[in-house]
Design a protein around this ligand. Structure first.
Ligand SMILES: [Zn+2]
Ligand SMILES: [Zn+2]
Ligand SMILES: [Zn+2]
Length: 307
């Protein structure tokens, strides 16, 4: 499903995605996924500098940019990027070692976790980018706290080296784009650090760690962004992408006469598809165990698409 191009023309002062400035120098912003609310995604609009360009994390928008590029509409901007002109400043929070130490003393986190959080904070400082930015939602429900947290990694869930941590005060949960349900992560720990310092009354009532931003999903569309990848940079690009495409085209394509061997029902009923390769096709090194890429894949045949 693609963004309606006509709809994107309607971005104006009265009607835009609530957007916050995260890192002014690098042109990084956080924008609400939907006009009427929902969770936040990171976007980039940098007009100058070595990394200048436009990018939006939403998978719908990534597709829209691809289509615009093919049609040579080079000036296309998705509704989130268009909303940048109405962006308000986010609130950068300087988290202290003392409030982190209090979490360790209170046995709310381990000292190893505290060390990881401190390391990430130092790295953000070194990179000259804000470690944690709070988006203050004036005029919105006060149920959720949205934080843009430095991740230092380019991953499927963090293409602009940042993740969104969502704290649901009412549901008493912390969500992060990076990790599955009930699994802790560095960023959820940082969310607790923020709470302990800025809103300790929220932390004092037990809070659970959850995945993604399902708490704030307002349409099923969010699911496709809940894709976790812990290793290797993703999606691949440049030379690697070319290599992967060639490999798939030459080694993984069904021969034209294979129709009779296909069994859709068999594929459909299979919950997981795991590659049979155990060694790298190029360098013959042993490969790791299979990694979950997506839980919502489409299987594309020339005459049928299975979701
Ligand atoms: Zn967008
Ligand atoms: Zn995380
Ligand atoms: Zn290899």
């Amino acid at each position: 499903m693609l963004h309606d191009v006509r709809a994107s023309k309607d971005i104006n002062r009265q009607r835009h995605h609530a957007t916050y400035i995260i890192d002014h120098a690098k042109g990084i912003f956080c924008s609400r996924k939907y006009l009427h609310g929902g969770g936040f995604i990171h976007i980039k609009k940098a007009l100058s500098g070595p990394d200048c360009g436009t990018f939006c994390e939403s998978s719908n928008c990534i597709q829209s940019y691809e289509i615009a590029k093919q049609g040579r509409h080079m000036s296309y901007e998705c509704p989130h990027v268009q909303s940048v002109q109405y962006a308000k400043p986010g609130i950068e929070q300087y988290l202290t070692t003392r409030s982190l130490q209090a979490l360790v003393t209170g046995k709310l986190i381990t000292s190893e976790r505290a060390h990881e959080a401190l390391t990430l904070q130092a790295e953000a400082q070194q990179q000259n980018t804000p470690f944690l930015v709070h988006m203050s939602l004036d005029g919105y429900s006060q149920r959720y706290i949205y934080l843009s947290v430095y991740s230092g990694l380019t991953r499927y869930w963090s293409r602009l080296k940042r993740t969104v941590v969502t704290i649901d005060k009412k549901g008493k949960c912390i969500y992060c784009q990076c990790s599955p349900e009930k699994q802790t992560c560095k960023h959820k720990i940082i969310g607790k650090w923020y709470l302990n310092q800025d809103q300790p009354e929220v932390l004092s009532s037990r809070i659970e760690e959850r995945a993604g931003d399902d708490a704030t999903s307002e349409t099923a569309d969010n699911h496709e962004d809940n894709i976790y990848l812990y290793q290797k940079e993703y999606p691949p690009n440049g030379h690697l992408l070319e290599k992967m495409t060639k490999y798939i085209m030459t080694c993984k394509k069904y021969p034209a006469d294979a129709n009779s061997h296909r069994d859709y029902n068999n594929v459909e009923s299979k919950a997981t598809l795991v590659p049979k390769e155990t060694h790298c096709h190029f360098c013959h090194a042993q490969l790791s165990e299979a990694t979950l890429l997506t839980a919502t894949a489409k299987i594309v045949y020339s005459e049928k698409i299975i979701k």
